[in-house]
Design a protein around this ligand. Structure first.
Ligand code: HEC
Length: 144
């Protein structure tokens, strides 16, 4: 294999993994092809999991009684974290990330069902463009 064939092979592999790990990998019908996480999780993916669990605990603690006193979310700068694959940094990614930051700030300034829903919609707007895999999971974070 010459150098350029090798390079494009790696690019294809990286792209495939990037797409496969954008969110939960779909069930693999052909089973044990590769270990589930052959590469380390990206900084962005780790941050996403942390945000997702913050939503889960907010829902458990505040949504049921619609009492949002003391609720906060961690403000992260998503524009500075590296994803698994640069193909995830779609056009407009930075704008989504910044808009999302504003939703977090608004929630922290005045936590309520409305500002919470804006945060979840901010998750969804970016995911529809950049990474559709986790949308189903994010939809479970919506208020009833
Ligand atoms: C600005 C864009 C953007 C916003 C906003 C955003 N995400 Fe993500 N999310 C991504 C990208 C890109 C990935 C893929 C990261 C990777 O695999 O490196 C991702 C990955 C994920 C994953 C999968 C992580 C894993 O285990 O691999 C989950 C779950 C997730 N996001 C949930 C959320 C939730 C919940 C919110 C809102 C609180 C949110 N995201 C907001 C872009 C975004």
């Amino acid at each position: 294999m010459n150098a350029s064939a090798r390079t494009s092979g790696w690019a294809t592999l990286a792209l495939t993994l990037g797409l496969a790990f954008c969110g939960e990998a779909p069930e693999q019908p052909q089973a044990k092809l590769a270990p589930l996480q052959p590469n380390r999780s990206s900084e962005l993916a780790i941050a996403m999991r942390a945000m997702d669990s913050e939503l889960v605990s907010l829902l458990a603690r505040h949504a049921e009684e619609d009492n949002w006193d003391g609720a906060t979310l961690t403000l992260l700068d998503l524009t500075r974290m590296m994803p698994t694959d640069s193909s995830m940094l779609v056009d407009g990614y930075k704008a989504y990330a910044m808009a999302f930051g504003k939703h977090i700030e608004a929630f922290n300034a005045a936590p309520s069902a409305d500002t919470y829903s804006d945060v979840v919609n901010g998750c969804l707007s970016c995911h529809m463009q950049a990474c559709p895999g986790p949308i189903e999971r994010i939809n479970k974070r919506q208020l009833n």
